[in-house]
Design a protein. Structure first.
Lengths: 827, 48
């Protein structure tokens, strides 16, 4: 019957894309437009109302704007309502209007910026609204007496774009704009000198072939030389400055060869112009400076973009907080403004913006970010809460105890950032290599000039040596390795994998020995009913009794009963003996729950068939709990700590990469053995399964393992009990525990609590190491080939100037595209 | 005296004035955002 109904529905209802956002929507075929929700319908209506239907034609078919931005609207618009108080820079213009830069979320393509800017004429008092696509910001210029940013924000949020205070700091942005202008000025100047030097050069070459009076030739030569000198003095100064700084601090820098090459050009030109014989270089020199300046600018852009995207990766906390003043009024402030002892209100669903103590309200918080705990933790007055966690059920008021970089989350982020700035072996190697590289290039240049000057002539020698000095580019070496690593660490942090030490990430690339803790690592770490032999009536009685007891097994039974959809009744006369069992009565019926010994003590006999079941259960290392109703056995629970659902798949992936694995547990040996057998049955090679290990034993095992093999010895475990072993292992990966304490012991902490992240880590490690090597190789091959060609005299200095930035940008792009942690495996 | 001694400085002065105009443009911030204008170009004819 149901099947027929479904086919019937299927024939009239089909999915069609929503007319606004493009999400598949069930609809009646006859409708002209379909909407997935009222939000989209509203946005569509507004766009039509304003006569902006072209939006739909302009936007690309694939990129659809989401409506996520709507959720946080309340707190954001409060911030925007009082910009000055929120610490947002508002510039007052001379004509009385104000200008403010805000960040826009939900920008996708040209159509978005078009649509947003078209809003401007519809809001009286808004003089201009200019979107900057490069960093997703909008600049509003408005008349403060007639409109406010909050109005604009409300308008835009109806379209699915949300405005928020711009978080990139103002000074940084100003500095970037200033630097960019300096680059442009340099390029403009260099272009002017290069172009003019060039046509003077053309005149001279033409004169050479058709005849030119000597006085004209001298005049042109001197004008050309002056232009070239000005080019070196103005736009070319940059290279001499950095080279001079590098020489003073005795750190070989890529600008030393470049400056040397320019110097050779000047000297050559001057000698040529003064003596009137030999090649002069002023046209090449000016063009060289132009190309070098353009190359520098391209690299500057690439680096700025990289740093922007890195900053985005490492920024994730709450933006605003609701501050409760002494007189009870509330106002929204940016998190950076919070101070100790401030009172803040956190509504359900919001991220707690700072560490503090609850002073009002009872709620529960999701702390999974910090300790991987998936069950919400209940909190009441006096409880401490941690910034970054999410308030779930009810509003609470919190007195701030530490905020910003002093808060726990702040410290974690600092640890991760430190890791990014810390030099791992390959980064240090790259650094050393690039220093040697500059020295080698300088030596080669000297040898090259002497060789060409001795065997051929000084003019060609100068030209070829200039090419050699220009083309050699060690920057790729120095830049690539740290960049690859930083990108990986940032992406990992986004996935709640905190990495304190970049070394560890590199070490995981080589397969070694992986030790796994059992409880909480291979298993869920929580008692669960894995099998139930009995009927629902029995289960309901069991649940009703266990409801009033707080014990892992009782909780497991209670959960199980609830998940079956049973309503639990009230129990009375509860009698509980720890480690044995419990008895009580439900609606006048006597219920006894406990182990075999407890039931026997109550005078209840267990039949042989039931005991057979118990033997089987015990063989599976399960704990057996009996239930008897009115003195008769009614059912049996098998309770265990089941293997994590993702364990088998993860371990398969890890062993496929050549890792050997062992279990290291504090649990009884037979349980550990059983676990190993289970895993082996699934085709996973567990080499060793050690049970009854105290934390000290674990430490010993790891130490011995490290001595036995040169390969990495990794340990995955609990951040609390296994801290010592985790700290000693080559790579310690903690799955549970409080983040920052654990991070001090274990360099890697999986705050997402997923075992699968271990295989993600290993995969990422391989990718990182491969990415670094690839960048190294590319850079070395490039330099080897081009230097050889330049020494053979096949490359003109101008070609060299074009090739040099190309290699740098290529390597930057390669580094950024290393896809460690970018896989789709996040759930 | 050859015309070259006049023409060349004049040409340089003309070029120099264009250069100064360009520098003024840069200082005024016209080149600060290079991405958005390229995108807006497509939409100009749709202006209300």
């Amino acid at each position: 019957m149901q099947e027929i109904l479904e086919t019937a529905i299927g024939s009239i209802c089909k999915t069609r894309p929503c007319s606004h956002c493009g999400l598949p929507t069930y609809c009646d075929q006859t409708e002209l437009r379909v909407f997935c929700c009222n939000g989209c319908m509203g946005a569509f209506a507004l766009i039509h109302e304003l006569g902006l239907e072209d939006f739909y034609a302009l936007r690309s078919a694939k990129k659809t704007s989401s409506v996520d931005g709507m959720a946080n609207d309340g707190s954001r618009s409060a911030i925007l309502a009082d910009l000055q108080a929120s610490g947002v820079e508002v510039l007052s213009m001379s004509d009385g209007s104000c200008s403010v830069r805000l960040s826009v979320e939900g920008l996708h393509c040209a159509a978005c910026s078009w649509l947003i800017e078209r809003i401007q004429p519809t809001i009286p008092g808004l003089h201009s609204a200019v979107v900057r696509m490069s960093d997703h910001t909008i600049e509003l210029i408005y008349d403060p007496t007639r409109t406010q940013p909050v109005l604009v924000s409300k308008r835009l949020s109806r379209l699915g774009y949300s405005l928020s205070p711009w978080t990139v700091d103002f000074e940084n942005d100003q500095r970037f704009i200033q630097q960019q202008r300096d680059h442009w000025v340099g390029i403009a100047l260099a272009a002017f000198f290069a172009a003019n030097a060039m046509w003077i050069g053309v005149a001279l070459y033409a004169g050479e072939s058709t005849g030119i009076s000597l006085s004209h030739e001298y005049f042109l030569r001197w004008i050309g030389t002056v232009l070239a000198l000005m080019a070196t003095a103005l736009p070319g100064r940059l290279f001499f400055q950095t080279a001079w700084q590098a020489i003073r601090t005795r750190t070989p820098h890529v600008d030393i060869p470049v400056a040397l090459s320019l110097l050779m050009g000047i000297v050559g030109s001057l000698v040529g112009a003064a003596s009137g014989v030999g090649q002069i270089y002023f046209d090449s020199l000016a063009s060289l400076i132009l190309l070098l300046r353009i190359g520098r600018y391209i690299q500057f852009r690439a680096q700025y973009k990289t740093s922007l995207s890195l900053a985005k990766l490492l920024r994730w906390n709450a933006v605003s907080a609701t501050l409760v003043e002494a007189d009870g009024t509330k106002k929204t402030v940016p998190v950076s403004r919070l101070q100790i002892d401030d009172r803040i209100e956190v509504r359900p669903g919001e991220t707690i913006p700072a560490d503090g103590l609850v002073i009002q309200g009872v709620s529960s918080v999701d702390t999974s970010l910090l300790n991987g705990e998936c069950l919400p933790e209940s909190i009441a007055i006096g409880a401490s809460v941690v910034g970054g966690t999410t308030n779930i059920t009810a509003p609470i008021t919190v007195a701030v105890t530490s905020a910003g970089s002093n808060s726990r989350v702040g410290r974690i982020m600092e640890l991760v950032r430190d890791a990014a700035s810390h030099r791992t072996p390959s980064v240090a190697a790259a650094d050393r290599l690039s220093k040697w590289f500059v020295l080698v290039v300088l030596l080669l240049a000297v040898a090259n000039w002497c060789g060409w000057a001795f065997f051929v002539d000084a003019v060609l020698a100068t030209q070829h040596t200039m090419a050699l000095l220009t083309i050699a580019c060690p920057c790729a070496l120095a830049l690539a390795a740290p960049l690859v690593l930083t990108v990986a660490l940032g992406r990992a942090a986004k996935r709640q994998i905190w990495i304190r030490d970049g070394n560890c990430l590199e070490r995981l690339a080589k397969p070694g020995f992986l030790w796994l803790d059992k409880t909480g690592t291979l298993t869920c770490g929580r008692m669960k009913v894995v099998a139930w032999h009995g009927d629902d009536e029995c289960l309901q009685y069991a649940g009703s009794i266990e409801k009033s007891i707080h014990h892992p097994i009782a909780n497991a039974i209670c959960d199980f009963a609830k998940r079956r959809g049973l309503t639990l009744s009230v129990s009375t006369e509860i009698e509980h003996q720890l480690g044995k069992g419990v008895k009580g009565s439900v609606e006048g019926v006597l219920v006894v729950i406990g182990n075999e010994e407890w039931l026997n003590k109550q005078g209840i006999a267990i039949s042989v068939e039931w005991l057979d079941l118990q033997t089987k259960a015990l063989a599976h290392a399960h704990t057996v709990v009996w239930i008897a109703i009115r003195g008769v056995v009614g059912g049996m629970f098998e309770i265990g700590d089941p293997i994590r659902p993702d364990a088998v798949e993860t371990l398969h992936a890890i062993s496929d990469r050549g890792w050997r694995m062992g279990i290291l547990s504090g649990d009884r040996q037979e349980i550990v053995d059983y676990m190993a057998t289970l895993l082996r049955n699934d085709g996973i090679a567990i080499d060793v399964a050690l049970g009854q290990q105290s934390p000290e034993d674990k430490l010993d095992v790891i130490r011995r393992c490290k001595e036995d093999t040169t390969r990495p010895c990794a340990m995955v475990g609990d951040g609390v009990n296994d801290a010592a072993a985790l700290a000693v292992a080559d790579v310690g990966i903690a799955l549970r525990g409080g983040s920052e304490q654990t991070l001090y012991a274990a360099p890697i902490f999986l705050a997402n609590g997923r075992l699968a992240s271990v295989s993600e880590l290993i995969e990422a490690s391989v990718l990182v190491v491969r990415g670094i090597r690839r960048c190294f190789a590319a850079s070395l091959v490039y330099n080897a080939i081009t230097i050889t060609l330049a020494m053979m005299g096949w490359i003109h200095p101008l070609v060299a100037a074009v090739l040099m930035p190309l290699s740098g940008v290529t390597v930057l792009t390669m580094a950024m595209s290393t896809n460690a942690f970018s896989g789709k495996s996040s759930k | 005296m050859s015309v070259l001694y006049v023409a060349l400085p004049v040409a340089l002065l003309l070029g120099g004035s264009a250069l100064i105009a360009c520098l003024l443009c840069i200082r005024s911030g016209q080149y600060d955002d290079l991405e958005t204008p390229s995108v807006k170009l497509l939409n100009d004819e749709l202006k209300p």
